[in-house]
Design a protein around this ligand. Structure first.
Ligand code: AHM
Ligand code: MG
Length: 333
C-alpha cells in the first residue's frame, strides 16, 4: 500500500491505490472517480439548498414509506447517472429505489455493483444539520457484459472491495477504504478538488462516548437498557453524542472515539438501518480502521442479505467498546 501525505488529491490516491490492487484495472479507478464527481455535484446542491428553494418535501414517499425530500431525489439521480455510462458498473441498489437499477443495455455492463444510500439522514436537511452519502462496492459474480443477477448483489459483507461515505457538514469530506486503511479527503470548493486531510484513520482506544437514540430505551432488550444505565453512575464520565444522522454520528466517533448503536426494539427487532448500503459500508470502514461492527450476535460483515432492503441492528466502533456491549447483551446473570 503506497503511503500518502496530507494534501494528496483524491484522483492521485485513486490512481496509486488501484494500481496496487490486482483486481482493479481501469474500471475500479473510474468507478471511484465517478463517485467523487457525483459527490461534488451533491455537495454543491446541498450548499445551495436554502437559496435555491429546493428545501421541503416532494409529497412522495420512498420504498421505506418515509418522507422523500427533493435533495434525496437529486442525489439518487446524480449517483446513478454518474455510474451508469462509463462501463464500470452493472447494478446499483439504492435506498430510494425498490428494485435494483440495472445498467441499461445501451451502456456496457461493467464489473462492479454499488449499494448506496444517496442521502442519509435526510430528516436533517431542513434544519441544516449534517447529512451524508454511504456506499459499498462489490465485484460481480457473473461475467461482465451480461445482465447482472440478484446473486451479484446479495453477497456476504466480506466480499466488499471498497466502501465509504461523503459527509456534507461544515465541509464536505469523502471517506474511503479499499481495505487498506481508511482515508478522508476534504473538498476545497474553490477548486472543486478533494485533498487528503486525514490519512490512515485509526479508531481510538476504548472511549467513554456512546451514540444511541435513547428515546427507544423502553423497547430495547433489557440487558442493553441495564448496560446503558450503568454508564450513567456519575463515576465514569461517559458522554452521549447523537444527532440522528448515521454518517455524522459515525464520523464523529471515527475521528474522536466512541461507539454507535442502533439496536433492534420490540417493535422492530432488526432496527432501522439497512444492511447493504448502511450496515455493510460502515462496518467495512470500522474494521479497516481497526474497529468492530456487530448486529449483537454476529459480525456485520459475516452476514449475507436475503433481500435488497434488509435491515440490521448495528453496534459499531472501537473493538473494546463493542465487545463490552456484546458481553452485556450475552450476560447470563
Ligand atoms: P434515512 O436513511 O431515512 O435518512 O434514515 C437513516 C437515519 C440514520 O442516518 C440514523 O442513524 C437514523 O436514521 C436515525 O434514526 P432515529 O431517528 O430513529 O434515531
Ligand atoms: Mg439512510
Amino acid at each position: 500500500m503506497p503511503q500518502f501525505e496530507e494534501g494528496t488529491t483524491l484522483d492521485r490516491f485513486i490512481f496509486e491505490t488501484t494500481k496496487a490492487h490486482s483486481h482493479a484495472q481501469g474500471q475500479f479507478a473510474t468507478l471511484l472517480q465517478q463517485l467523487a464527481l457525483a459527490a461534488r455535484l451533491v455537495s454543491a446542491r446541498v450548499n445551495r439548498a436554502g437559496l435555491a428553494g429546493i428545501l421541503g418535501a416532494t409529497g412522495e414517499v420512498n420504498v421505506q414509506g418515509e418522507f422523500v425530500q427533493k435533495l434525496d431525489i437529486y442525489a439518487n439521480e446524480a449517483f446513478k447517472r454518474a455510474l451508469e455510462h462509463p462501463g464500470v458498473c452493472c447494478a446499483i441498489v439504492s435506498e430510494e429505489d425498490e428494485e435494483p437499477f440495472f445498467v441499461p443495455e445501451r451502456f456496457r455492463s461493467g464489473r462492479y455493483v454499488v449499494c448506496i444510500d444517496p442521502l442519509d439522514g435526510s430528516s436533517n436537511i431542513d434544519v441544516n444539520a449534517t447529512i451524508g452519502t454511504i456506499f459499498g462496492v462489490f465485484r460481480r459474480k457473473s461475467p461482465e457484459e451480461t445482465p447482472a443477477t440478484q446473486d451479484d448483489i446479495l453477497q456476504q459483507g466480506k466480499e466488499m472491495v471498497a466502501a465509504g461515505y461523503i459527509i456534507y457538514g461544515s465541509g464536505t469530506v469523502f471517506v474511503i477504504s479499499t481495505g487498506d486503511g481508511v482515508h478522508a479527503f476534504t473538498l476545497d470548493p474553490s477548486v472543486g478538488e478533494f485533498f487528503l486531510s486525514h490519512p490512515n484513520i485509526v479508531l481510538e482506544d476504548f472511549k467513554r462516548v456512546y451514540s444511541v437514540n435513547e428515546g427507544y430505551a423502553a423497547q430495547w432488550d433489557p440487558k442493553l437498557r441495564t448496560y446503558i444505565e450503568s454508564l450513567k453512575d456519575g463515576q465514569q464520565s461517559w458522554r452521549a453524542r447523537y444527532i440522528g444522522s448515521l454518517v455524522a454520528d459515525f464520523h464523529r466517533n471515527l475521528l474522536k472515539g466512541g461507539v454507535f448503536m442502533y439496536p433492534g426494539t420490540q417493535k422492530t427487532p432488526q432496527g432501522k438501518l439497512r444492511l447493504l448500503y448502511e450496515g455493510f459500508p460502515i462496518a467495512f470502514l470500522a474494521e479497516a480502521a481497526g474497529g468492530k461492527a456487530s448486529d449483537g450476535t454476529m459480525d456485520i460483515l459475516d452476514k449475507t442479505p436475503t433481500s435488497f432492503h434488509e435491515r440490521t441492528p448495528l453496534f459499531v466502533g472501537n473493538s473494546t467498546n463493542v465487545d463490552e456491549i456484546l458481553s452485556a447483551l450475552h450476560n447470563e446473570s
